[in-house]
Design a protein around this ligand. Structure first.
Ligand SMILES: Nc1ncnc2c1ncn2[C@@H]1O[C@H](COP(=O)(O)OP(=O)(O)OP(=O)(O)O)[C@@H](O)[C@H]1O
Length: 238
């Protein structure tokens, strides 16, 4: 059994600008791995390559053992993505959104309704099945986005700064929910620039200006003071 996600020597340029340089990282199965970097570090670019929004032409990406270039269908079927921007239609109900996204994955309607109830229970929103997305709070809406990403039972979730714009309580709930999911066996790659969201036992990859500066557990990298270590590594220390 390999890792849930393997990135092996991946680079990406926009015209003459090198956004990612020889990035390698691995997300072990069932782990919560944080991808930490300031704005512009390259987190969204990396996610865009993993989701095939951008074509990856260098190195290798594999999802649950499936090479993204050679077996894109199998790789993407094992991937769930929580985008930075909203993927749910605010004018539709949660159920309508979830069954629509299930259909995109080829899940028949009857089964999609069962799955929708299942994933809403996982994210603690069972009572919001028939609510319009526009009527959800910010935190509920993010949890509904996670439910959408889980509808096809992926092995790994990519979450791109999923707590941006949430209040402290909702932020803590979304982090805790994702940790619960990893305890149930789903792996998570959590892109963030917020150090508070990272625990010592988490996997941690620090990305800066398109390069991996550190890769290990947060405890080992931080050595007791992750903020200081992060600032030292990224050259922003006072
Ligand atoms: N389509 C594009 N064309 C040109 N440059 C781009 C494009 N997308 C991103 N970049 C540049 O690539 C670098 C990495 O951007 P990226 O969005 O991946 O960073 P990020 O870590 O996700 O930051 P943020 O938290 O702000 O989203 C930045 O310097 C950005 O300006």
């Amino acid at each position: 059994m390999g890792a849930a996600l393997e990135i092996d020597h991946v680079s990406h340029s926009f015209g003459g600008f090198q956004a990612l340089s020889d990035v390698s990282l691995s997300v072990p199965r069932g782990s919560f791995t944080a991808l930490l970097g300031v704005n512009g570090a390259g987190k969204t670019t990396l996610f865009s390559l993993i989701t095939r929004l951008y074509n990856n032409t260098s190195g290798r990406i594999s999802v649950a053992g499936h090479d993204l270039r050679r077996q894109p269908g199998a790789a993407l079927a094992r991937l769930g993505v929580v985008f930075q921007s909203r993927a749910l239609d605010a004018d539709l109900t949660v159920a309508q959104n979830l069954t629509y996204h299930a259909a995109l994955h080829g899940i028949p309607r009857r089964q999609a309704l069962i799955r929708a109830a299942e994933v809403l229970a996982q994210v603690g929103l069972s009572d919001r099945l028939h609510a319009r997305v526009s009527a959800l709070s910010g935190g509920q809406s993010r949890r509904a986005e996670i439910a959408r990403a889980l509808i096809h039972r992926p092995e790994i979730l990519l979450l791109d700064e999923p707590t941006v714009g949430l209040d402290v309580k909702s932020r803590a709930e979304v982090v805790a929910l994702t940790r619960d999911l990893t305890a149930q066996g789903v792996s998570a790659l959590w892109a963030t620039h917020i150090l508070d969201e990272i625990r010592p036992e988490d996997g941690l990859v620090i990305l800066h200006q398109g390069r991996v500066l550190a890769d290990g557990t947060a405890a080992r990298i931080g050595g007791g003071d992750l903020t200081r270590r992060f600032l030292d590594l990224t050259g922003d220390a006072a």
